[in-house]
Design a protein around this ligand. Structure first.
Ligand SMILES: [Zn+2]
Length: 139
């Protein structure tokens, strides 16, 4: 072990565990700050709002609403057969904002801001969402 290893802050959680949770466990792991209550899907060592360092792990809701999206026509290698598809930002029910992708959404007219979606674990990297057919229709 080198001296630089010892100078790194100790994390009770590893980013690899979070990525593994997406693909192998079919769940979204996140953090809740016991000091200010912020719920976040972003891995980190300290609260992004108040700086508290004792973040507690929590399981995030697999359901949420699309808060932003774009259609990707030029994907990375792992998604060559899926393009075009939507790259989405989702506000999860109960807190946490996470980025993911939606296969078979090929044009802006096929998706709406505020649309209900749910996490669909799959073999591809990243967080895959699909339309939430069980969600109550709005408007
Ligand atoms: Zn906080």
């Amino acid at each position: 072990m080198s001296a630089s290893d010892e100078s790194l802050p100790k994390a009770p959680h590893a980013i690899e565990d979070f990525l593994r949770a997406y693909t192998e466990e079919g769940r979204l792991r996140g953090f809740r700050c016991p000091n200010c209550g912020l719920v976040t899907a972003t891995w980190g060592l300290a609260c992004a709002r108040c700086g508290h360092r004792g973040l507690e792990e929590t399981e995030l809701s697999p359901r949420g609403r699309v808060s932003a999206f774009t259609i990707l026509h030029v994907p990375g290698d792992e998604f060559l057969n899926d393009a075009p598809y939507a790259y989405v930002v989702v506000d999860l029910d109960g807190g946490g904002r996470i980025t993911g992708w939606m296969p078979e959404v090929r044009a802006p007219s096929e998706i709406k801001i505020g649309e209900r979606v749910r996490f669909q674990p799959g073999y591809k990297p990243g967080v895959q969402f699909v339309r939430d057919a069980d969600a109550p229709r709005s408007g």
